[in-house]
Design a protein around this ligand. Structure first.
Ligand code: NAD
Length: 481
């Protein structure tokens, strides 16, 4: 483990104008290493480097298949370094080692998918009658600014970087202050596959300083952000000053509707992965379960059983896939989640299991299940971003939909039933960008993902996402009659 990690601007590893920050291992509470912090001048240099690359035409003039091959090769580079990167990710972020390995696989998959898509973005020809030939084509925006959260730092960077490069943009990435170390792999990968200096710039910095400087920079052409609603609003406001489009992915309070005919044996797996993956720090986590009143007690019992079966401890010791959980990303996030559980109790919820900070070093919170939650409680309305499941009963289908739709969010939703009519009715009625039927997290890199309401706008993943990174140009040609 190196004890100091630099930023990467215009093809060079550099110190940061804002000094350094200690990176803490949330599994032990100890300092892992230091990371350079970019200031406004560093951000400006990175944006100018990216802009130079864009204006040079080196990315845009390339035949798309060649760009696509380079993007794919970046994914293979990640896989070639899977073990080292996964270990680093676990140490800085906390997740079990096997989850970190899965994250590398997921990260590489974005490069595979968008590398493949590079040559599929085609324009169309529009008939204008005799004497004209008209066609459209897609051009990259130019400089893509990408601001990354700490929960899945490698997958989130891969998601936007792969699509940004595949479409011919030069990218400037602001990594999260809590988990910046493993991002080094993207800089190495970009260099190894032959992207020119300045095409990929990756730096850490404070959100209010480097993040704000990047999202408000007059020479960026597009912004992609994943994180909190508050920061999303700040970024969209800054971008609006420069008339720059945004993609915002801002989290959720997503609900699974469990009907009386649901297969509860299968649903146990959804509880396990829906809320305890990555210690619940997942924007599309299954943080609410709405269950028909006839099965309510049974679901509580099963959720408590699952929560108690999860082995919690330092992620680095959790190498095998299974019911394991690491710490949360930081003590501050853990304390915030524990505080929300205590407030919920104060408002009348019952802690069926868990709810306490664990009495070991590190940022651990017990896997938690809450019952007697009502839809108006803060815990039922606001994102905890931790391993905390709220279970609520419903009387009938209409009430279930009303509760599910009754928050400011709308990222994903789920319905569990053997009745296809019920499932399709729910899929239509739920106000969310992605609906799961009988399996939470069903889908993949191929399926478009993004929110309704305060969960944000624009779509990541799938073909849709490519359109975030390009603009349409129409060419009308007057021909001889
Ligand atoms: P955040 O939204 O503040 O941070 C995410 C990223 O935005 C970081 O890289 C940060 O440096 C940057 N940032 C912060 N302020 C900025 C600004 N003014 N301008 C530009 N960039 C800025 O999230 P957080 O404080 O790390 O976590 C708080 C809460 O956000 C969590 O508890 C959770 O509810 C939510 N969150 C959601 C996701 C998600 O995937 N949807 C991810 C992380 C956090």
């Amino acid at each position: 483990m190196k004890d100091y990690w630099q930023n990467y601007i215009d093809g060079a590893w550099v110190d940061g104008g804002a000094g350094r920050v200690d990176i803490i291992n949330p599994g032990t509470g100890e300092t892992l290493a230091q990371q350079a912090l970019a200031d406004e001048a560093d951000i400006d240099r990175a944006v100018q480097a990216a802009r130079r690359v864009h204006l040079s035409g080196v990315l845009t003039d390339m035949r798309p298949v060649e760009r696509g091959r380079m993007v794919q090769a970046m994914g293979r580079y990640l896989l070639d370094n899977r073990d080292a990167v996964a270990e680093l990710l676990t140490l800085e972020q906390g997740k079990p080692l096997w989850e970190a390995q899965k994250e590398i696989d997921g990260a590489a998959r974005y490069f595979e998918y968008y590398g493949n898509q590079a040559e599929t973005l085609e324009g169309r020809s529009i008939p204008l009658g005799a004497g004209y030939f008209d066609f459209t084509h897609y051009e990259p925006y130019g400089v893509s600014a990408q601001i990354i959260p700490w929960n899945f730092p490698l997958e989130m960077t891969s998601r936007s970087l792969s699509a940004g490069l595949a479409t011919g943009n030069a990218c400037v990435i602001k990594t999260p202050e809590l988990t910046p170390l493993s991002q080094y792999i993207f800089c190495e990968a970009a260099e190894a596959v032959g992207f020119p200096a300045g095409a990929v710039n990756i730096m850490c910095g404070w959100g209010h300083q480097a993040g704000a400087a990047l999202s408000g920079h007059p020479d960026i052409n597009q912004v992609v952000f994943t994180g909190s609603v508050k920061t999303g609003i700040a970024i969209a406001t800054a971008a609006a000053q420069n008339v720059v489009p945004c993609v915002l992915e801002l989290g959720g309070k997503s609900a699974a509707i469990v009907h009386d005919d649901a297969d509860l044996d299968a649903f146990e797996r959804d509880i396990r992965f829906g809320i305890f993956t990555n210690a619940g720090q997942v924007c599309s986590a299954m943080s609410r379960v709405l269950v028909h009143e006839s099965r309510h007690d049974e679901v509580i019992d099963r959720a408590v059983k699952i929560a108690r079966s999860v082995s919690v401890g330092p992620g680095i010791e959790r190498t095998e896939a299974g019911p394991t959980m690491g710490p949360m990303v930081s003590e501050a996030q853990r304390d915030r989640a524990a505080g929300m559980v205590a407030d919920a109790e104060g408002q009348g919820a019952t802690v069926a299991t868990g709810g306490r900070k664990m009495n070991i070093p590190g940022a651990f919170l017990e896997p938690t299940v809450l019952s007697n939650v009502t839809p108006d409680m803060t815990i039922a309305q606001e994102e905890v971003f931790g391993p905390v499941l709220s279970v609520m009963p419903f009387r009938d289908e209409a009430q279930a939909i009303e509760i599910a739709n009754g928050t400011q969010y709308g990222l994903v939703g789920g319905v569990f039933t053997r009745d296809l009519d019920r499932a399709t009715r729910a899929a239509r009625a739920l106000r969310a960008g992605q609906i799961f039927v009988n399996e939470w997290f069903a889908g993949g890199v191929e399926t478009p993902f993004g929110g309704y309401g305060r969960s944000g706008y624009g779509r990541e993943k799938g073909r849709e996402a490519l359109l975030n990174y390009v603009q349409t140009k129409n060419v009308a040609i007057r021909t001889r009659a």
